[in-house]
Design a protein around this ligand. Structure first.
Ligand SMILES: [Zn+2]
Length: 133
């Protein structure tokens, strides 16, 4: 999927040029099998979100509640993908907020895996909590 190389790859149809968040075998738009993987800038907007209290992924169990986002990718035709929001899981999430992707690698796990998580682009004070003042 490219996450290990800090790449976000989104499926795009070579026939009709439409994007889709797969992986799928066939284009939903024109039913072509000619799908390609295209590098996409990992930035987007929060389309929807949910505070999750019971993580389904074992690697996330120690984190307690977390924020699951549905992120719309303007650089990929507006397709939406799911991911977690970094930072305070009890923060207020605003629909439409811009987020940037953060590649999180877990090479020590067996099997190793990589995740794409998200952090708020605006308001560094909310993300880092550091103040020089
Ligand atoms: Zn197509």
């Amino acid at each position: 999927m490219g996450l290990r190389e800090n790449r976000l790859l989104v499926q795009r149809c070579a026939g009709c040029r439409s994007w889709q968040f797969g992986p799928e075998w066939i284009c939903h738009n024109c039913h072509s099998f000619d799908l390609t993987w295209t590098d996409v800038e990992p930035t987007g907007r929060i389309y929807s979100w949910e505070r999750v209290w019971h993580p389904s992924h074992p690697a996330l169990k120690q984190h307690g509640p977390y924020l699951a986002l549905l992120v719309e990718l303007p650089h990929a035709g507006g397709v939406r993908m799911v991911g977690n929001l970094q930072g305070d899981p009890r923060q207020t999430v605003i629909i439409g907020t811009e987020v940037g992707g953060v590649f999180e690698h877990h090479p020590e796990s067996d099997p190793s895996f990589s995740l794409l998580q998200w952090r708020l682009k605006q308001g560094a004070d909310r993300v880092d909590g550091h103040s020089t003042g």
